[in-house]
Ligand binder design. Structure first.
Ligand SMILES: Cc1cc2nc3c(=O)[nH]c(=O)nc-3n(C[C@H](O)[C@H](O)[C@H](O)COP(=O)(O)OP(=O)(O)OC[C@H]3O[C@@H](n4cnc5c(N)ncnc54)[C@H](O)[C@@H]3O)c2cc1C
Length: 462
């Protein structure tokens, strides 16, 4: 192994996804010399197989629904169908544009980008392409890949993961989606809009089970109305091929047939065979363990993103990458409040939240200390114009701050920015009620919910 000792980088980053490239960009901005090693494409899951392509599909799905429903708005349009090639071209163009921009950004910040599969070779080096890359600090950011369960082999044809679903060059007549979490619900939403007969199979009692129960129930109601079928409390027991597709059976005796099965039961860390354990990095079930400053037990090694057991979201990866770069550069950093991170499921309707669910707040503060308020979007002019239904639910500590905001309805993902300020600045309902929201906007619904919680509802019954 050639050891080019002439270059010792301040930071060597393994993995160029959201977490890794954020650490690289911020590190370089702070004057650190940075090497970024990526075996696939810069941008990782989020840009190529996650956030961006799925949201492009969801937007195409929205256009399809709006075309179908055009007459409800007095617009004459005929929905003729989905040109899946055209959908992919639109999606791929969005990704390609952002990819080019990101490559330019990394180059302009003078990050040394190394294309190749790396392996941790010591506590201060990574081997890649037959070369040893030395660093004062190492950041592990190798991310995650779709997970399956024993007895369920993803063949990429009839039994697929989200990676395959994003590239499917035909529209199946029917699909079973195993897993009613964010990814499962987003694909269910897209496929239904594209005309697919969709059934979600979820082992837990609700869809999007990490959300406040009220949000799950509202999403279930909306999905039911859209004709998206779901089997809750139904644990997968087996799958077999049929002449045309697949048959899935569940432990509670259900048997469902469809053209394809999308396995969306979560994502597992990428860490096997990468030298982490050999170098003494503490791990748990493949995840790299870190403290609140994203430090592993090895002083020279940090880890970020989906590889560590925190929320698997791109903006979490960004935040963790930035924190690590700033810490290495000697800036004062504060730990991330993971409850304060906005979470959005971009289905139709959208589910958006920040802070504690009611159940978590009760656990933390006690039942008698928790106050909740629901504001129905039926009272919001802009939501009415959009013909969307839903609710905003606030969770407050009695006589104290708002500690949870949970929203369901079209475009609610765009409202989560304000909700995040409310949570993170520990705002009192009366303080938010003081802020004047533009009329008619959906943000007004958030304002009105706080007016009501402060005891002075406007467009809501007392
Ligand atoms: C379908 C889907 C939809 C999603 N939608 C959203 C969303 O709307 N919003 C959101 O916030 N999050 C979303 N996510 C999650 C988001 O994509 C991830 O949380 C994020 O990409 C994690 O970033 P990361 O840097 O930790 O890992 P990754 O993005 O997985 O990047 C890791 C990188 O490391 C590279 N790598 C791995 N091993 C090696 C090696 N040995 N040598 C060199 N390189 C290596 C990989 O090639 C990869 O590029 C979605 C995910 C999926 C699958």
């Amino acid at each position: 192994m050639a050891n080019d000792a002439s270059t010792v980088f301040d930071v060597v980053i393994l993995g160029g996804g959201s977490g890794g490239y954020a650490a690289a960009l911020r590190g370089a901005q702070l004057g650190l010399s940075v090497a970024l090693i990526e075996k696939g494409e810069l941008g990782g899951t989020c840009l190529h197989r996650g956030c961006i392509p799925t949201k492009a599909l969801l937007h195409a799905a929205e256009v399809a629904d709006e075309t179908r429903e055009a007459a409800d708005f007095g617009v004459l349009a005929t929905f003729q169908g989905i040109d899946i090639k055209g959908v992919h071209k639109y999606k791929d163009d969005v990704v390609a544009g952002l990819y080019k921009g990101l490559q330019g950004l990394v180059a302009s910040r003078k990050v040394t980008f190394i294309q190749g599969e790396g392996r941790l070779s010591s506590q201060t080096s990574v081997d890649v392409n037959g070369q040893r890359i030395e660093g004062r600090h190492i950041v592990l950011a190798t991310g995650s890949v779709p997970r399956s369960i024993p007895g369920l082999d993803i063949d990429g044809d009839r039994i697929i993961s989200s990676d395959h679903a994003l590239k499917l060059d035909y529209i199946p007549k029917s699909a079973i989606i195993l897993g009613g979490g964010v990814i499962g619900c987003e694909f269910a939403s897209v496929w239904k809009s594209f005309g697919v007969d969709v059934t979600i199979v979820e082992g837990l009692p609700h869809l999007v089970p990490l959300e406040d129960e009220n949000s799950s129930k509202l999403l279930e109601r909306a999905f039911r109305k859209r004709g998206i079928k779901f089997e809750l409390k139904s644990r997968f027991s087996g799958v077999e091929y049929t002449a045309e597709g697949v048959r899935v059976s569940t432990e509670n005796g259900k048997s469902i047939e469809a053209d394809v099965l999308l396995v969306a039961i979560g994502r597992g860390p990428v860490s096997t065979g990468l030298g982490y354990e050999e170098q003494g990095v503490a791990m748990d079930r493949g995840y790299v363990l870190v403290d609140e400053y994203l430090r592993t037990n090895v002083p020279t090694i940090s880890a970020v993103g989906d590889l560590v057991p925190t929320l698997q979201l791109a903006h979490v990866g960004f935040a963790e990458g930035i924190l690590v770069a700033e810490r290495i550069a000697g800036l004062k950093v504060v730990p991330i409040d993971y409850d304060g991170i906005p979470r959005v499921t971009y289905s139709n309707p959208e589910v958006a939240s920040v802070g504690l669910t009611e159940a978590k707040a009760v656990e933390q503060y006690g039942k008698e200390k928790v106050v909740t308020l629901k504001y129905n979007l039926a009272g919001n002019g802009k939501s009415k114009i959009l013909k969307t239904a839903g609710e905003i639910k606030l969770v407050q500590v009695k006589d104290g701050a708002v500690v949870g905001v949970h929203m369901v309805g079209a475009r609610m993902g765009e409202q989560v920015g304000e909700a995040q300020l409310i949570y993170n600045w520990e705002a009192l309902p009366a303080e938010v009620a003081q802020l004047i929201h533009a009329h008619p906007s959906q943000s007004e619904a958030l304002g009105e919910a706080h007016l009501a919680l402060a005891g002075k509802p406007l467009h809501a019954h007392d």
